[in-house]
Design a protein around this ligand. Structure first.
Ligand SMILES: [Mn+2]
Length: 340
């Protein structure tokens, strides 16, 4: 990937107005900031637009603490921008990302065949897009500010789940490099606020309901006011040593949302999500983390079904449709974007 920065620079001229689209998790936010920094003084304007509001307390804190300017996509006229970039996602990952022509796409999710842009840099083996962007900055000989370094550092930390999820040496190298530009109190403060008090009620509910089958832990929460809590609980339950998979579902805005996590040992969460729910809705992700979203009317469930019935439905879909011990070399194509 030599000279990728030169190729990037050649795409833009001073008259250009660039819109950077992101699905706002820390990796995406940090990576968008890095792209903006790389193109600083090379454009007329550059705006980072978020396709959804940031609801996860930790991510809200990152944006506040580092005073990062993000604009909701709804407040933007995309036609005001003659250039567009998509960072840490691909167009098919979300309906709001699909209908644009992109100049640049930089991502680390499995490559979707339809992903096209003037410059496409997809490195699925990387633990974080922030690692790719750190390499760009180094190649461009740009020293990151405290704000940018902290954001990228935190992006790598969260996307690799402190290097518990798949990562490569490049991630470690970028992390180490960024460490020299950040400060401990800033990083410490980013770590706080993992969840908030109202979310504790969901912990209680999940602790009362969870069920374990063959070292897989299932929990169904019913309606939730944000799918973030499903992600937090899936990560939380994986801390139990006996558990090798966590599959946590809930209902959010007329959709059944299911989060998959595993211990990363010869497992493929993206493939399991796709096998279990791909026929009903969108599903996919990485090897150790994935997500499925199914419109409620595709589930065939009674609208007044009790939580036990929903939990059984999820177990049934996973156990009957997911090939849980696939051969070692099976590498399924995975399509959708996982949870942050
Ligand atoms: Mn990412």
């Amino acid at each position: 990937m030599r000279n990728v920065v030169q190729r990037l620079y050649q795409l833009f001229s001073h008259e250009d107005r660039l819109l950077i689209l992101i699905d706002p998790d820390p990796d995406a936010i940090a990576s968008a900031l890095a792209l903006k920094r790389l193109l600083w003084h090379r454009l007329t304007s550059c705006v980072i637009a978020s396709i959804r509001p940031i609801t996860r307390p930790q991510n809200q804190r990152m944006v506040q603490l580092l005073s990062i300017a993000l604009t909701p996509l709804q407040e933007i006229k995309p036609e005001d921008y003659n250039r567009k970039a998509l960072i840490d996602s691909q167009p098919s990952h979300h309906e709001l990302l699909g209908p644009h022509h992109y100049d640049v796409i930089i991502d680390h999710h499995p490559r979707v065949p339809e992903t096209k842009a003037r410059l496409v840099d997809i490195r699925p083996e990387y633990g974080a897009t922030a690692t790719i962007m750190t390499e760009y900055l180094r190649e461009a000989r740009i020293k990151p500010s405290l704000k940018l370094a902290s954001a990228l550092y935190y992006g790598i930390k969260t996307d690799t789940s402190n290097f518990e999820r798949p990562a490569i040496e490049a991630d470690v190298r970028a992390f180490h490099y960024l460490f020299g530009f950040t400060r401990r109190p800033v990083v410490r403060r980013l770590e706080f606020a993992e969840f908030n008090i109202p979310m504790l009620g969901y912990f209680q509910q999940a602790l009362n309901r969870f069920r374990i089958r063959h070292s897989r832990l299932y929990a169904f929460l019913g309606p939730v006011n944000t799918p973030d809590i499903l992600v937090i609980l899936a990560d939380f339950f994986l801390r139990a040593g006996e558990v090798s998979w966590t599959i946590v579902g809930g209902i959010y805005q007329d959709k059944l949302v299911i989060i998959f996590r595993n211990d990363g040992l010869r497992k493929n969460a993206g493939r399991l999500a796709l096998q279990a729910f791909g026929k009903l809705g969108s599903a996919g992700g990485h090897a150790a983390s994935a997500r499925a979203e199914v419109p409620l009317d595709h589930t065939g469930m009674n609208p007044i079904a009790q939580w036990q019935e929903w939990q059984d439905f999820i177990i049934h879909q996973v156990e009957d449709h997911g090939r849980l011990q696939p051969p070692d070399n099976a590498k399924g194509e995975v399509l959708a974007k996982p949870a942050d």
